[in-house]
Design a protein around this ligand. Structure first.
Ligand code: VGL
Ligand code: ZN
Length: 213
């Protein structure tokens, strides 16, 4: 029966936390929310941004370009970021405050952003939608019907992941207190959620409406 719920924790990695290479303001405030959610789900997916050192989304790989400039990367508009989440570096580790002891069910890691020629904001597909991480099939095989998404950053990887989840047919909610954005203006993100049928809820609502155990 297809009725399971999964928690997707997007890129809760050191480089996105205050002090990290691509710090999201207040990014570490999501950790206590994540820890309170962990025991409520029997299937948990952690995505990890996992770039080679020469990833073309890094401003350092382009001459005469600054961080936050936009370039054309193989036909896609690409924001240039500081070097971040380089494979096997401490910045790519999950935040040490995540309490794995609170997990009762199964948890899995999905890595993304390994191809230096294309960025991958979503946990499902690269930005060119050419390659898949296999997450959709993974969730389908486990009977998942609903996904709840938290993590960083709301306006990039969380948003792309949630909208892809909804497009793949999962009932999808982003948990507001479990995420933070790079930009203070999230109106466009909320509009996109609305259009994609992604709900934007607060973590207390999960218990209030008996959405989880
Ligand atoms: C992200 C920018 C670049 C994210 C990842 O996790 O939101 N943002 N790489
Ligand atoms: Zn990245």
């Amino acid at each position: 029966m297809k009725n399971r719920k999964a928690l997707i924790i997007v890129d809760a990695q050191n480089d996105f936390m205050p002090g990290g290479a691509l710090a999201v303001p207040e990014g570490d405030e999501i950790i206590s929310v994540i820890n309170s959610l962990l025991p409520k789900f029997d299937l948990i997916i952690f995505t990890k941004d996992w770039h080679p050192y020469n990833h073309k989304s890094f401003a350092s790989q382009h001459e005469d370009k600054e961080i936050y400039d936009s370039v054309d990367l193989n036909g896609l508009s690409q924001v240039l970021w500081p070097d971040h989440c380089i494979q096997d570096t401490p910045g790519a580790d999950l935040h040490p405050g995540i309490d794995f002891g609170k997990i009762n069910g199964d948890f899995y890691f999905f890595k993304k952003g390994m191809d230096p020629e294309v960025d991958s904001y979503s946990g499902f597909y690269d930005n060119g939608r050419k390659n898949s991480t296999g997450l959709k099939e993974f969730l389908d095989e486990r009977g998942v019907a609903e996904v709840y998404v938290v993590g960083l950053a709301l306006d990039y990887c969380v948003s792309y992941t949630a909208i892809d989840a909804a497009m793949e047919g999962f009932k999808t909610a982003v948990i507001e207190d479990g995420t933070r954005s790079i930009s203070p203006d999230i109106n466009e993100v909320l509009q996109n959620f609305h259009e994609a049928g992604v709900s934007f809820i607060e973590s207390w609502e999960l218990e209030m409406y008996n959405l989880v155990k």
